[in-house]
Ligand binder design. Structure first.
Ligand code: ATP
Ligand code: MG
Length: 257
């Protein structure tokens, strides 16, 4: 079994997609083969990688409904990155759960599909939507490790309690191998007292779970998104590139198999 990381938090706009895309690119730079699965109907990771969504014939939702569909039909090799593939998302993913209403066990569908190809990659990263619904459940059932991205703001801790409860439930009932230890602070400004206070509170409440690497606030990361590039393509000398490369090394140390 290779490493499959669900990048998650039910809160919106905390840097899940930025992390999934740049961690995937960072791991690829370390010589790892990586698959990025865009599991958000907003398809931000797909756009962030510069993939033209209008030209896509099949997206992740097709894998959910079409059990006979060959997974190679939804895989895209990312231009300029040898060893980085993408399963893109599209808006119909939002209706996947409804469309599957007749299927008795729906939480294991993604895991079953990814099993077919997991041996082909060192890492599979799943970018989750900002909720704890069907798509996030599927990601946590498929994952070996959960990476929760935390934006250092006032209600962050409350949200963490909720996602920990849900993930614990999945671990107990369906996916006993799921490692719940990866909490990442992103968009962090060390000059702000509130950010420091939240970092300390996360450390206190979830001892040993927080990554040593912290992703600093860096406008180059947002600019890269709008150009359809990873931070390593857009500005390899930026703080953003340094931080995501350090995170990739830490992930390899902690989760590499
Ligand atoms: N370290 C950072 N410094 C500055 N801006 C950042 C940083 N990380 C992310 N951003 C910006 O914050 C915004 C939200 O990031 P992102 O889209 O990755 O969040 P998300 O959690 O995936 O959102 P959603 O919940 O909608 O999927 C984006 O505009 C992104 O460019
Ligand atoms: Mg996102």
């Amino acid at each position: 079994m290779n490493t499959c990381i669900a990048v998650t938090n039910q809160k919106g706009g905390v840097a899940k997609t930025t992390t999934a895309v740049n961690l995937a690119a960072g791991l690829q730079r370390l010589g790892k083969s990586v698959l990025l699965v865009d599991s958000d109907p907003q398809a931000n990771a797909t756009s962030h990688l510069g993939i033209d969504r209008k030209r896509l014939q099949k997206t992740l939702d097709n894998l959910y409904y079409e059990s006979q569909l060959d997974i190679s039909e939804v895989l895209i090799a990312r231009n300029g990155f040898i060893g980085m593939d993408v399963i893109p998302a599209g808006e119909p993913l939002a209706y996947a759960e409804q469309k599957l209403s007749g299927v008795p066990v729906k939480e294991t569908l993604l895991s079953e599909r990814l099993d077919e190809i997991s041996e082909d990659y060192d890492y599979i990263l799943i970018d989750c939507p900002p909720n704890l619904g069907f798509l996030t459940m599927n990601a946590l059932v498929a994952a070996t490790d959960m990476l929760v991205v935390i934006k250092p703001e006032y209600f962050a801790l409350e949200g963490l309690m909720r996602i920990s409860e849900k993930a614990n439930m999945i671990k107990q009932r369906i996916n006993p191998q799921l490692n719940l230890s990866g909490y990442l602070l992103a968009n962090y400004d060390g000059r702000k007292n509130q950010h420091k206070a939240i970092r300390n509170a996360v450390k206190e409440n979830f001892p040993g779970k927080i990554f040593q690497t912290i992703i600093r606030t860096n406008a180059r990361l947002s600019n890269a998104t709008s150009q359809g590039q990873t931070i390593f393509e857009y500005d390899p000398k930026s703080h953003g590139a340094t931080d995501y490369l350090n995170l990739s090394k830490e992930v390899e140390e902690r989760y590499g198999r």
